[in-house]
Design a protein around this ligand. Structure first.
Ligand SMILES: NCc1[nH]cc(CCC(=O)O)c1CC(=O)O
Length: 306
Protein backbone atom coordinates (compact mmCIF):
# COMPACT_ATOMS: atom_id res chain seq x y z
CA UNK A 1 0.00 0.00 0.00
CA UNK A 2 1.75 3.20 -1.11
CA UNK A 3 1.76 5.76 1.71
CA UNK A 4 1.24 9.38 0.67
CA UNK A 5 3.80 11.53 2.51
CA UNK A 6 2.27 14.25 4.74
CA UNK A 7 2.36 17.78 3.31
CA UNK A 8 5.48 19.81 4.08
CA UNK A 9 4.77 22.46 6.71
CA UNK A 10 5.66 25.96 5.48
CA UNK A 11 6.01 28.54 8.26
CA UNK A 12 4.90 32.03 7.35
CA UNK A 13 4.35 35.35 9.07
CA UNK A 14 0.67 36.16 9.15
CA UNK A 15 0.75 39.42 7.14
CA UNK A 16 -0.94 39.39 3.73
CA UNK A 17 2.42 40.06 2.05
CA UNK A 18 4.12 37.20 3.92
CA UNK A 19 1.33 34.70 3.24
CA UNK A 20 1.19 35.79 -0.40
CA UNK A 21 4.96 35.34 -0.78
CA UNK A 22 4.85 31.98 0.98
CA UNK A 23 1.98 30.91 -1.24
CA UNK A 24 4.01 31.77 -4.34
CA UNK A 25 6.88 29.59 -3.12
CA UNK A 26 4.53 26.77 -2.10
CA UNK A 27 2.91 26.78 -5.55
CA UNK A 28 6.35 26.77 -7.24
CA UNK A 29 7.47 23.80 -5.14
CA UNK A 30 4.29 21.83 -5.77
CA UNK A 31 4.42 22.58 -9.50
CA UNK A 32 8.07 21.56 -9.83
CA UNK A 33 8.12 18.54 -7.50
CA UNK A 34 4.53 17.47 -6.80
CA UNK A 35 5.15 18.07 -3.08
CA UNK A 36 2.04 19.07 -1.12
CA UNK A 37 2.52 22.07 1.20
CA UNK A 38 0.57 23.13 4.29
CA UNK A 39 0.91 26.75 5.52
CA UNK A 40 1.52 27.32 9.24
CA UNK A 41 1.06 30.88 10.55
CA UNK A 42 3.77 32.19 12.91
CA UNK A 43 3.72 35.51 14.76
CA UNK A 44 7.10 37.24 14.98
CA UNK A 45 8.25 40.01 17.31
CA UNK A 46 8.38 42.43 14.41
CA UNK A 47 4.70 41.81 13.72
CA UNK A 48 3.54 42.65 17.26
CA UNK A 49 5.96 45.27 18.56
CA UNK A 50 4.94 48.91 18.27
CA UNK A 51 8.56 49.98 18.71
CA UNK A 52 10.45 51.81 16.04
CA UNK A 53 12.23 48.94 14.31
CA UNK A 54 15.21 51.16 13.51
CA UNK A 55 15.80 51.45 17.24
CA UNK A 56 15.67 47.66 17.60
CA UNK A 57 18.38 47.44 15.01
CA UNK A 58 15.70 46.11 12.66
CA UNK A 59 17.80 42.96 12.48
CA UNK A 60 15.87 39.71 12.56
CA UNK A 61 12.71 40.95 14.25
CA UNK A 62 10.71 39.28 11.48
CA UNK A 63 12.89 36.20 11.34
CA UNK A 64 13.79 34.66 14.70
CA UNK A 65 10.36 33.21 15.58
CA UNK A 66 10.26 31.39 12.24
CA UNK A 67 13.74 30.04 12.84
CA UNK A 68 12.75 28.86 16.30
CA UNK A 69 9.87 26.88 14.79
CA UNK A 70 12.28 25.33 12.26
CA UNK A 71 14.65 24.25 15.01
CA UNK A 72 11.80 22.94 17.18
CA UNK A 73 10.60 20.87 14.22
CA UNK A 74 7.17 22.52 14.17
CA UNK A 75 7.67 23.61 10.54
CA UNK A 76 9.78 22.09 7.76
CA UNK A 77 10.73 25.26 5.89
CA UNK A 78 10.13 28.99 6.00
CA UNK A 79 9.94 31.83 3.47
CA UNK A 80 11.43 35.20 4.38
CA UNK A 81 11.87 38.42 2.48
CA UNK A 82 15.61 38.25 1.96
CA UNK A 83 16.12 41.87 2.90
CA UNK A 84 14.78 41.07 6.38
CA UNK A 85 17.30 38.29 6.99
CA UNK A 86 20.32 39.22 9.13
CA UNK A 87 23.52 38.98 7.12
CA UNK A 88 25.18 37.07 9.96
CA UNK A 89 24.64 33.37 9.19
CA UNK A 90 22.78 31.17 11.68
CA UNK A 91 24.53 27.75 11.63
CA UNK A 92 21.30 25.97 12.60
CA UNK A 93 19.59 26.88 9.31
CA UNK A 94 20.44 27.24 5.63
CA UNK A 95 18.98 29.28 2.78
CA UNK A 96 18.20 26.34 0.52
CA UNK A 97 16.84 28.51 -2.28
CA UNK A 98 16.59 32.08 -3.50
CA UNK A 99 13.97 32.03 -6.27
CA UNK A 100 14.07 34.47 -9.22
CA UNK A 101 13.92 38.07 -7.96
CA UNK A 102 10.97 40.37 -8.45
CA UNK A 103 11.42 44.10 -9.11
CA UNK A 104 14.04 45.25 -6.56
CA UNK A 105 13.20 48.95 -6.75
CA UNK A 106 11.35 51.25 -4.37
CA UNK A 107 7.98 52.68 -5.35
CA UNK A 108 5.98 55.78 -4.42
CA UNK A 109 2.22 55.57 -3.86
CA UNK A 110 0.61 58.98 -3.83
CA UNK A 111 -1.14 61.77 -5.69
CA UNK A 112 1.94 62.70 -7.71
CA UNK A 113 5.53 61.78 -8.41
CA UNK A 114 8.09 62.89 -5.85
CA UNK A 115 9.24 65.83 -7.98
CA UNK A 116 5.65 67.10 -8.29
CA UNK A 117 4.74 67.02 -4.59
CA UNK A 118 4.33 70.53 -3.12
CA UNK A 119 6.94 71.82 -0.65
CA UNK A 120 6.24 70.53 2.86
CA UNK A 121 4.24 67.54 1.62
CA UNK A 122 4.26 64.62 4.06
CA UNK A 123 5.84 61.37 2.85
CA UNK A 124 5.60 58.23 4.97
CA UNK A 125 8.41 55.73 5.39
CA UNK A 126 10.15 54.17 8.37
CA UNK A 127 13.28 53.21 6.45
CA UNK A 128 16.44 55.27 7.16
CA UNK A 129 17.71 54.14 3.77
CA UNK A 130 14.67 55.58 2.00
CA UNK A 131 14.54 58.75 4.13
CA UNK A 132 18.21 59.53 3.54
CA UNK A 133 17.92 59.19 -0.23
CA UNK A 134 14.56 60.97 -0.41
CA UNK A 135 16.05 63.89 1.50
CA UNK A 136 18.80 64.11 -1.12
CA UNK A 137 16.13 64.34 -3.80
CA UNK A 138 13.60 66.53 -1.95
CA UNK A 139 14.99 68.06 1.25
CA UNK A 140 11.92 70.34 1.42
CA UNK A 141 9.45 67.54 2.15
CA UNK A 142 8.45 66.20 5.58
CA UNK A 143 9.31 62.54 6.16
CA UNK A 144 7.01 60.81 8.61
CA UNK A 145 7.82 57.48 10.29
CA UNK A 146 5.18 54.83 9.61
CA UNK A 147 4.80 51.12 10.33
CA UNK A 148 2.27 48.47 9.46
CA UNK A 149 1.38 46.54 6.35
CA UNK A 150 0.95 47.95 2.86
CA UNK A 151 -2.78 48.43 3.37
CA UNK A 152 -2.24 50.49 6.52
CA UNK A 153 0.44 52.60 4.86
CA UNK A 154 -1.51 53.26 1.66
CA UNK A 155 -4.56 54.01 3.83
CA UNK A 156 -2.72 57.04 5.20
CA UNK A 157 -2.51 58.45 1.67
CA UNK A 158 -6.14 57.68 0.92
CA UNK A 159 -7.21 59.43 4.13
CA UNK A 160 -5.09 62.48 3.28
CA UNK A 161 -2.96 62.09 6.42
CA UNK A 162 0.04 61.73 4.11
CA UNK A 163 0.61 62.80 0.52
CA UNK A 164 2.72 59.76 -0.36
CA UNK A 165 4.27 56.61 1.04
CA UNK A 166 7.30 54.67 -0.21
CA UNK A 167 7.27 50.88 -0.32
CA UNK A 168 8.99 48.10 -2.22
CA UNK A 169 7.66 47.61 -5.75
CA UNK A 170 7.97 43.84 -5.28
CA UNK A 171 5.62 43.85 -2.32
CA UNK A 172 3.01 45.93 -4.14
CA UNK A 173 3.25 43.72 -7.23
CA UNK A 174 2.84 40.53 -5.22
CA UNK A 175 -0.22 42.05 -3.56
CA UNK A 176 -1.68 42.95 -6.96
CA UNK A 177 -1.49 46.68 -6.15
CA UNK A 178 1.01 47.78 -8.80
CA UNK A 179 -1.71 49.97 -10.40
CA UNK A 180 -1.49 52.26 -7.35
CA UNK A 181 2.17 53.03 -7.96
CA UNK A 182 2.72 56.65 -9.02
CA UNK A 183 6.47 56.28 -9.49
CA UNK A 184 9.13 53.59 -9.43
CA UNK A 185 12.51 55.02 -8.44
CA UNK A 186 15.39 54.10 -10.72
CA UNK A 187 18.33 52.65 -8.80
CA UNK A 188 20.39 55.71 -9.79
CA UNK A 189 18.11 57.91 -7.65
CA UNK A 190 17.18 55.41 -4.93
CA UNK A 191 19.39 52.40 -4.25
CA UNK A 192 17.26 49.49 -2.96
CA UNK A 193 17.88 47.60 0.25
CA UNK A 194 20.34 44.76 -0.26
CA UNK A 195 18.32 41.75 -1.38
CA UNK A 196 15.10 43.71 -1.85
CA UNK A 197 12.65 41.89 -4.10
CA UNK A 198 14.19 38.50 -3.40
CA UNK A 199 12.81 35.72 -1.20
CA UNK A 200 14.78 33.29 0.96
CA UNK A 201 13.60 29.70 1.43
CA UNK A 202 15.10 28.40 4.65
CA UNK A 203 15.20 25.03 6.40
CA UNK A 204 17.22 23.27 9.11
CA UNK A 205 20.86 22.81 8.11
CA UNK A 206 20.74 19.17 9.20
CA UNK A 207 17.88 18.31 6.85
CA UNK A 208 19.87 17.41 3.74
CA UNK A 209 16.74 15.89 2.22
CA UNK A 210 14.86 19.20 2.43
CA UNK A 211 17.89 21.23 1.26
CA UNK A 212 18.03 19.01 -1.82
CA UNK A 213 14.29 19.19 -2.49
CA UNK A 214 14.06 22.98 -2.00
CA UNK A 215 17.16 23.67 -4.13
CA UNK A 216 14.95 23.17 -7.19
CA UNK A 217 13.61 26.67 -6.46
CA UNK A 218 17.02 28.32 -6.48
CA UNK A 219 17.99 30.86 -9.15
CA UNK A 220 21.81 31.06 -9.23
CA UNK A 221 21.87 34.48 -10.92
CA UNK A 222 19.60 35.99 -8.28
CA UNK A 223 21.64 34.30 -5.55
CA UNK A 224 24.89 35.76 -6.90
CA UNK A 225 23.43 39.27 -7.21
CA UNK A 226 21.92 39.42 -3.71
CA UNK A 227 24.97 37.71 -2.17
CA UNK A 228 27.15 40.57 -3.44
CA UNK A 229 24.68 43.16 -2.11
CA UNK A 230 24.45 41.53 1.31
CA UNK A 231 28.23 41.15 1.49
CA UNK A 232 28.46 44.94 1.39
CA UNK A 233 25.96 45.24 4.25
CA UNK A 234 27.78 42.60 6.26
CA UNK A 235 31.22 44.12 5.71
CA UNK A 236 29.90 47.54 6.74
CA UNK A 237 28.63 45.79 9.87
CA UNK A 238 25.28 47.41 9.21
CA UNK A 239 21.89 45.95 10.12
CA UNK A 240 18.79 45.82 7.92
CA UNK A 241 17.77 49.26 9.24
CA UNK A 242 20.98 51.09 8.32
CA UNK A 243 20.95 53.83 5.63
CA UNK A 244 22.69 51.48 3.21
CA UNK A 245 21.58 50.68 -0.32
CA UNK A 246 23.10 48.20 -2.72
CA UNK A 247 22.21 46.75 -6.09
CA UNK A 248 23.86 44.25 -8.43
CA UNK A 249 23.17 44.68 -12.12
CA UNK A 250 23.42 41.17 -13.53
CA UNK A 251 25.38 40.89 -16.76
CA UNK A 252 25.65 37.13 -16.91
CA UNK A 253 29.17 36.20 -15.83
CA UNK A 254 29.75 39.73 -14.52
CA UNK A 255 28.02 41.76 -11.85
CA UNK A 256 28.10 45.56 -11.66
CA UNK A 257 27.62 46.25 -7.97
CA UNK A 258 26.68 49.72 -6.73
CA UNK A 259 26.36 50.60 -3.05
CA UNK A 260 25.85 53.74 -1.00
CA UNK A 261 25.80 54.85 2.60
CA UNK A 262 23.79 58.06 2.94
CA UNK A 263 23.63 60.41 5.92
CA UNK A 264 20.02 60.29 7.15
CA UNK A 265 19.78 64.09 6.77
CA UNK A 266 20.61 63.60 3.10
CA UNK A 267 23.61 65.91 3.34
CA UNK A 268 26.34 63.47 2.35
CA UNK A 269 26.79 60.06 0.79
CA UNK A 270 29.53 57.62 -0.07
CA UNK A 271 28.46 55.90 -3.26
CA UNK A 272 30.66 53.56 -5.28
CA UNK A 273 30.40 50.96 -8.04
CA UNK A 274 32.55 48.02 -9.01
CA UNK A 275 32.44 45.19 -11.52
CA UNK A 276 33.46 41.62 -10.99
CA UNK A 277 32.80 37.97 -11.61
CA UNK A 278 29.38 36.74 -10.57
CA UNK A 279 31.21 33.60 -9.43
CA UNK A 280 32.79 35.55 -6.54
CA UNK A 281 29.98 37.79 -5.24
CA UNK A 282 31.07 37.82 -1.59
CA UNK A 283 34.55 39.06 -2.45
CA UNK A 284 33.03 41.70 -4.73
CA UNK A 285 30.82 43.03 -1.96
CA UNK A 286 33.49 42.92 0.70
CA UNK A 287 36.04 44.73 -1.49
CA UNK A 288 33.54 47.45 -2.37
CA UNK A 289 32.65 47.93 1.31
CA UNK A 290 36.35 48.32 2.16
CA UNK A 291 36.68 51.05 -0.46
CA UNK A 292 33.58 52.78 0.95
CA UNK A 293 34.91 52.62 4.50
CA UNK A 294 38.17 54.12 3.31
CA UNK A 295 36.09 57.03 1.95
CA UNK A 296 34.33 57.61 5.26
CA UNK A 297 31.21 55.45 4.96
CA UNK A 298 31.42 54.43 8.61
CA UNK A 299 30.83 57.96 9.84
CA UNK A 300 27.50 58.17 8.01
CA UNK A 301 25.80 55.13 9.55
CA UNK A 302 25.25 56.01 13.14
CA UNK A 303 22.64 58.77 13.07
CA UNK A 304 18.90 58.40 13.83
CA UNK A 305 16.40 58.89 11.02
CA UNK A 306 13.74 60.96 12.82
N1 LIG B 1 9.89 44.36 6.35
C1 LIG B 1 9.47 45.16 5.26
C2 LIG B 1 9.58 44.44 3.97
N2 LIG B 1 10.35 43.34 3.80
C3 LIG B 1 10.27 42.99 2.44
C4 LIG B 1 9.42 43.88 1.81
C5 LIG B 1 9.07 43.92 0.37
C6 LIG B 1 9.24 42.60 -0.36
C7 LIG B 1 10.67 42.29 -0.76
O1 LIG B 1 11.62 43.08 -0.55
O2 LIG B 1 10.82 41.23 -1.36
C8 LIG B 1 8.95 44.77 2.77
C9 LIG B 1 7.96 45.85 2.56
C10 LIG B 1 8.55 47.09 1.92
O3 LIG B 1 9.78 47.32 2.01
O4 LIG B 1 7.75 47.82 1.31
Amino acid sequence: MSSVPPPLRLGTRRSLLATTQSGLVADMLTELTGTAVEMVGVTTFGDVTKSDLTQLGGTGVFVSALRDKLIEGEIDFAVHSLKDLPTTPDPRVVVAAIPPRDDPRDALVGAAKLADLPPGAKVGTGSPRRIAQLRMLRPDLEYVPIRGNADTRIGKVVSGELQAVVLAAAGLRRLGRQSEIAQIFEVDEMLPAPGQGALAVECRADRADLVELLSVLDDPRTRAAVTAERAVLNALEAGCAAPVGAYSADHGRELILTAAVVAVDGSRAVRKSTAGASSAPTDLGRDLAAEMIAEGAGTLMGERAH
